[in-house]
Ligand binder design. Structure first.
Ligand code: 5GP
Length: 223
């Protein structure tokens, strides 16, 4: 396909969920199976978990460094979650989008609200829900990185977050991970075809129009 047909501005695919809905698994699967989308790697002041890699899952930085970035306007959005700071570095996102690359964000409800005030047209927002609280707690316990008090804290945040479900473009209920994954992929593929993301199609539309005019003026089909 020619560039004019495929070229478009990159899409910001935003995946948000209360803790324990299965967002990390879905994010990992999407990044493994879709080559043309990259994760926006956030900065955070939270300490690194055993299975996390600096620069891959997060950029782990200390509080003064975070405040420096935030005050210099280097963060597109930021939020405090469970006593830690999280933020999206601006430059990497802007470079990817203007190069026509898609970016996946794993950010909280407060972050989504900040982005929506700035770049709503570039965004597609997805809210992922667990099928039940029993399943949600089972997932949080399986993760084994948090004690009961920490899990309760996450559930308290979840209680607030689910109230924002209606602000999102798409809602997925993660009853079955394979199904949720194929639904997320379908969202990505459909959003890529949105008319407003494809300004360069104007050239093709012009060409189709001129060629149709020629045929119609001739009044007969070309041999
Ligand atoms: P966790 O500590 O479990 O990795 O993340 C806690 C919460 O912070 C999750 O809801 C995650 O989506 C959110 N989060 C991670 N990075 C960012 C970010 O850059 N900005 C905002 N607003 N939230 C983030």
């Amino acid at each position: 396909m020619s560039d004019a047909v495929t070229a478009r501005r990159g899409l910001m695919l935003i995946l948000t969920s209360p803790s324990g809905a299965g967002k990390s698994t879905l994010t990992r699967q999407l990044l493994q199976n879709e080559t043309d989308i990259a994760l926006s790697v956030s900065v955070t002041t939270r300490s690194r978990r055993k299975d996390e890699i600096d620069g891959v899952h997060y950029h782990f930085i200390d509080r003064p460094a975070f405040e420096r970035m935030r005050d210099a306007g280097e963060l597109l959005e930021w939020a405090e979650v469970h006593g830690n700071f999280y933020g999206t570095p601006r430059r990497a996102v802007e470079e990817a989008l203007s190069a026509g690359k898609d970016v996946l964000f794993d950010i909280d409800v407060a972050g989504v609200r900040q982005l929506a005030d700035m770049v709503r047209e570039d965004m597609a927002t997805v809210f992922l829900l667990p099928p039940s609280v029993t399943e949600q707690i089972a997932r949080l316990k399986r993760r084994a990185s948090d004690d009961d008090a920490a899990i309760l804290k996450r559930l308290r945040t979840a209680r607030d977050e689910i109230g924002h479900w209606a602000d999102f473009d798409y809602i997925l209920v993660n009853e079955d991970i394979a199904r949720a994954f194929s639904e997320l992929r379908a969202i990505l593929h459909a959003e890529r075809l949105k008319q407003r993301r494809r300004p360069k199609l104007e050239a093709l539309i012009g060409e189709l129009g001129r060629d149709l005019d020629k045929v119609l003026e001739a009044g007969r089909l070309p041999s």
